[in-house]
Every structure is written in structure tokens, then in C-alpha cells.
Design a protein around this ligand. Structure first.
Ligand SMILES: Nc1ncnc2c1ncn2[C@@H]1O[C@H](COP(=O)(O)OP(=O)(O)O)[C@@H](O)[C@H]1O
Ligand SMILES: [Mg+2]
Length: 310
């Protein structure tokens, strides 16, 4: 039996109960995040990459959107540079720019070769996986790219190659083999009720329903691991935190101190607070240009206040 020794004692902290990678020592990690744009899939991959790279992995971030170089340094210039970097293992996080399947293929081959030759832990994040591993369209190198990604998933285990892939939708975007074999799943906001039939089997043992998935905010996911299902609110990756814009100063008309806030809050009748449904809060927050963190904080405060009143 194959046992991935680097997994023993390693953990992932994705905002919920820490995930012990001991559970993945005989299988390796095949993780997927499914959510629409803007819901935190890329951030989730960065968080995992940062944590795994701190525990001995070299992370390779395959970036079709050219957004990660500014966070983790210049992308490798070509597949040979990637081969060299995976041999030297002196860069914990390596960015690969590949805007489509055709560009990805030679880099994917470099990753497979490195895994074969060195058998040292590599974490590959394939962002926007539907660009590389479509379930239907097999053109422009897509078939070849999909085959490589399937190799990652199938042979990765014995070669210490772990995979994280993101996709916009649950059905029709990724190859079935990936979906069938994934062992860590992050499901973010779902807006289409017809998607529920495909999702429901995974939530059978939990009390989670479509409405729960429909209410997820950016950075929130249902996390399905070997230990079960849990809603998680993900911390920001360190590199993102470093560049996040500072919160705007609070406008003077708003209460500034804790006492002012409690007084203002207690002046609002319960009937009105109850009317602040998630949708209403969403609209108001958008108008006020609040950050997702501010919205989450506000929702938590509202929840606390309502609970305190009942
Ligand atoms: N863990 C998080 N907590 C709060 N907000 C987040 C979190 N992750 C992402 N976001 C917000 O969501 C936005 C989109 O995140 P991103 O990872 O680029 O989404 P996606 O890759 O799904 O399009 C970020 O700019 C950030 O404002
Ligand atoms: Mg993204």
C-alpha cells in the first residue's frame, strides 16, 4: 500500500475544523471548488497553496486570468523553467500563465515529468478548470489538456502530486472522472435550483438544502471532506491580505464607539430588524459599497442582536 508520508501530521485550515491530511495519506488530495465568478475559488486555492507550501509541498498555480503573478512573483517563462524550478524546489509557490488548454499542455507535461522523476510533493492548482478540462468540447488542445489533468488525478497519488481544480458549475464543466474521484469538495453559492438534483446526493447525510447553498457569501463554502460536511468561512490567503485595500474610514454620521452602536441598535424596533433579510442587506450593502467582510460582520451583528432579543 502506498502511504504519503508528508501527509502524516499535515493539516489544512480552511476556516472550519482543521482537516487532517492523515486521512488522505493513501489517496492523495483531489480537491475541487465549484462556484460562480467572484465567490472566492481562486482565494481558496491560494490559501491551500500557502498552507501546503509551508508544509513541504511546492505549489504550482496554473493561472488563466493573469492575476497571480502580482501576488507570488513572475510566472515561469516556459515549460523548461518550470522543470528546473520543480527540480530545484527553491520556490515554494510557482505561477504558470496559461490562458487556454493549448498553452497549458506543455506545462502540464512538465509537472507530470517532475512528479515521475522526483516524487516529492507538488500541489497543482488548475484555476478555471472548465477552460482546460471540458466535459464536451474537445477542441484547441482541450482533449490533450483534459487527459493530462486526468493523469494528475489518477497517477498523482503514487507520485505525490496533489490537485485542486476550480469550476464555475457543477455539471457540464469538468470531466466526470475528476468529479467521481474528488475527495475534498468546496461548494460555493449556487443560484440555479435545477443544479440541486446533481448536488443533492452529496448532501444526503446532512441537513443542507438548496436554500443553504443559495445563501453562501464570497469566501463561504460547504466543505465536504472525509470527515463529513461543514459550512466554512474561509480566511483570506496571506498574499491577498497583504494587498487588500484598507477599509474606508467610517462616515461620521455612523456610530463610532461600541456604546453608540448599542444605543443605535436598541433604538431599532425588532419588526424592522427582522425585515433585514439577506436580500435586503445585500442591496443596501451594494449601495453603500461595503466590502464582503463588512457585510459578513454586519450580518453577524444583526444575528446576535436578534438572538439576544428572543
Ligand atoms: N475568504 C474570503 N473572505 C471574504 N471575502 C473573500 C474571500 N475570498 C474571496 N473573497 C472576496 O471575493 C472576491 C473574489 O474572490 P476570488 O477568489 O477571485 O473569486 P473567484 O475565483 O471565485 O472568482 C475577492 O476579491 C474578495 O473580495
Ligand atoms: Mg478566480
Amino acid at each position: 500500500m502506498i502511504r504519503r508520508d508528508e501527509m502524516i501530521g499535515a493539516t489544512l485550515n480552511l476556516g472550519g475544523t482543521p482537516i487532517s491530511l492523515d486521512d488522505y495519506a493513501t489517496t492523495g488530495l483531489l480537491a475541487a471548488a465549484i462556484a460562480p465568478r467572484g465567490m472566492g475559488k481562486t482565494s481558496a486555492g491560494l490559501l491551500m497553496a500557502e498552507q501546503l507550501s509551508a508544509q513541504g509541498w511546492v505549489s504550482v498555480l496554473v493561472d488563466p486570468e493573469n492575476e497571480l503573478e502580482s501576488l507570488y512573483g513572475d510566472a515561469v517563462s516556459d515549460p523548461d523553467a518550470l522543470r528546473d524550478a520543480l527540480e530545484a524546489r527553491d520556490r515554494p509557490i510557482i505561477v504558470v500563465n496559461a490562458k487556454d488548454a493549448g498553452e497549458f499542455v506543455p506545462f502540464g507535461e512538465a509537472i507530470l515529468d517532475a512528479a515521475d522523476q522526483h516524487r516529492k510533493p507538488i500541489f497543482a492548482m488548475i484555476d478555471e478548470g472548465q477552460l482546460f478540462s471540458g466535459s464536451r468540447r474537445r477542441r484547441n488542445g482541450m482533449g490533450e489538456a483534459a487527459d493530462i489533468i486526468n493523469e494528475f488525478a489518477e497517477r498523482g497519488r503514487k507520485r505525490a502530486l496533489d490537485l485542486f481544480i476550480t469550476a464555475l458549475r457543477y455539471t457540464g464543466t469538468l470531466q466526470r472522472t475528476l468529479f467521481a474521484n474528488k475527495n475534498l469538495t468546496l461548494i460555493g453559492l449556487q443560484e440555479d435550483p435545477t443544479a440541486w438534483s446533481a448536488l443533492a446526493p452529496q448532501f444526503k447525510a446532512s441537513r443542507i438544502e438548496f436554500a443553504d447553498l443559495n445563501a453562501l457569501a464570497p469566501g463561504e463554502f460547504m466543505c465536504l471532506s472525509r470527515r463529513g460536511v461543514e459550512k466554512v468561512r474561509m480566511p483570506m490567503a496571506a498574499a491577498l491580505k497583504a494587498v487588500a485595500p484598507k477599509a474606508k474610514p467610517v462616515a461620521k454620521t455612523l456610530p463610532a464607539t461600541f456604546n453608540q452602536w448599542t444605543r443605535a441598535m436598541s433604538a431599532i424596533p425588532t419588526e424592522r430588524l427582522v425585515e433585514l433579510s439577506e436580500d435586503v442587506v445585500g442591496v443596501l450593502s451594494t449601495v453603500a459599497e461595503l466590502s464582503p467582510q463588512q457585510i459578513l460582520a454586519g450580518q453577524a451583528a444583526l444575528q446576535d442582536e436578534l438572538e439576544a432579543r428572543t
